[in-house]
Design a protein around this ligand. Structure first.
Ligand SMILES: Cc1cc2nc3c(=O)[nH]c(=O)nc-3n(C[C@H](O)[C@H](O)[C@H](O)COP(=O)(O)OP(=O)(O)OC[C@H]3O[C@@H](n4cnc5c(N)ncnc54)[C@H](O)[C@@H]3O)c2cc1C
Length: 407
């Protein structure tokens, strides 16, 4: 049994998981949380249902400047290990689409309540409304200044997350503590975030949602593409396809690349099929305005910009010929939207970057620079895809610090 006191900064997913596993092993654990309650991000996750993990864990779903670190940490720590942990606290999981796992209750609050119950049962001291403002290590003692006075310990875990979602506790403070102790940081950028555009037309399309395909270009070079919902908003564009490519957009915008999306508003119809569909709809004697004619196939709010970008010269249905139809098809399948920014950390679910993992032991998550300093969760330079992968990282890194070794 470890007789040293462990303080964990941050009662999010990673901090709670670490606390439970260490306290189960008999260690004295104090969990400090600046918010008035624990697990605020867990509570809102998955639209209140908490997409707690993903059945199909694969190293490629995680991102970092140091992929071999991810590989080492995840080795032997697949979904089943996390499931075992949740079974041990009395939480059953169910599978949704694409391997996404949820609590069987479909209530994020049940995850937090069961974690809290277990933590208290095994003796974790949880202190809410307790913001840590500085840390100092002298010899083997680590002293923390907090909003509730000084606290000291022999082992410290930084599980304070990233600046994403500041209204839920997102903060930079953990980075400051780590850099003070000599750790390096990889640049942080918002990810799983909405994108902004200065183009006036998007405002007019606000509220329109289509099942589309978004391709991202930076300085004219193709970067990536994602399929899924595209939601036009008064600031730009959101939707699952956009969140999924936002990591790439965010990192490129940070280096002032010119970012543009090419949107396919009808990815299920090939260019040929769409051309044939439109061609077949042309009435030879109808003088129906083109804008009304297009309402037969596409949301009316999108028509003005399609006509503008297509440079279609005709304005009535009967005047359409193959060349003009091709222009329309091209615009529908390649609508251009320039991107000026992201919605920032306020809108982001996670942050890219963080503590440089080359200075962290992947087996124990202990600092290679400062003995008895550990890291868990999103504070590290690791972020995951949407679909439960970010929580997987938080749980697994917590289990690693906790000393649950499945290898
Ligand atoms: C809206 C939203 C929805 C999400 N949905 C999902 C999802 O469905 N599935 C998924 O896998 N991921 C999801 N995520 C991402 C996921 O929530 C995070 O990756 C995960 O919570 C990170 O866990 P963590 O413990 O590392 O950090 P956090 O959960 O951020 O916990 C860190 C804690 O540290 C506290 N803290 C920070 N600084 C201090 C300090 N100085 N003193 C004391 N306390 C401090 C914070 O208040 C916070 O409670 C979502 C995120 C958001 C914002």
């Amino acid at each position: 049994m470890n007789n040293e006191t462990m303080i964990i900064i941050g009662a999010g997913a990673a901090g709670l998981c670490t606390a439970i596993t260490r306290a189960r092993a008999g260690q004295k654990v104090i969990l400090l949380e600046q918010n008035n309650k624990i697990g605020k991000k867990i509570l809102v996750s998955g639209n209140g249902k908490c997409n707690i993990d993903n059945r199909y864990i694969n190293n490629h779903r995680f991102h970092s400047q140091n992929p071999p670190f991810i590989e080492e940490v995840l080795k032997g720590y697949d979904f089943e290990v996390v499931e075992k942990f949740f079974t041990s606290i009395g939480l059953e999981l169910v599978e949704g689409k694409e391997g996404k796992m949820f609590p069987m209750s479909l209530q994020a609050s049940s995850v937090v309540e069961l974690l809290e119950y277990e933590a208290k049962k095994v003796g974790v001291e949880i202190v809410c409304d307790c913001a840590v403002t500085s840390i100092d290590k002298k010899g083997t003692t680590i002293t923390l200044e907090t909003s509730q006075g000084k606290k000291s310990c022999e082992q410290l875990v930084l599980a304070s997350g990233s600046p994403a979602a500041p209204h839920l506790g997102g903060s930079n403070s953990g980075y400051a503590f780590a850099t003070k102790m000599g750790h390096a940081l990889v640049p942080r950028h918002p990810s799983l975030v909405q994108l902004c555009s200065d183009e006036a037309w998007v405002k007019g399309c606000a509220g329109v949602k289509v099942a589309g395909l978004a391709k991202l270009y930076a300085n004219g070079v193709y970067i990536t593409e994602k399929k899924g919902d595209l939601l036009f908003t008064n600031y730009g564009i959101s939707g699952l396809a956009i969140l999924d490519l936002s990591r790439e957009a965010s990192t490129r915008l940070a280096t002032f690349d010119y970012c543009e999306l090419s949107l396919d508003l009808m990815p299920e119809l090939s260019k040929e099929k769409l051309t044939n569909l439109l061609q077949a709809r042309v009435g030879k004697v109808s003088e129906k305005p083109l804008s009304l004619w297009l309402q037969g196939v596409i949301n009316k709010k999108l028509i003005a910009i399609i006509l503008e970008q297509s440079k279609c010269k005709v304005r009535t249905e009967d005047a359409l010929n193959r060349k003009e139809i091709n222009k329309l098809v091209h615009a529908i399948k390649n609508l251009k939207l320039s991107i000026s920014d992201t919605k920032g950390f306020k809108g982001a679910e996670v942050a890219t970057g963080g503590i440089d993992t080359s200075e962290v032991n992947p087996q124990t998550m202990e600092s290679k620079l400062v003995p008895n300093l550990f890291f868990a969760g999103e504070i590290l330079d690791v972020d995951g895809d949407r679909g439960g992968f970010n929580f997987h990282w938080a749980w697994v890194s917590g289990l690693r610090v906790g000393g649950i070794n499945e290898n």
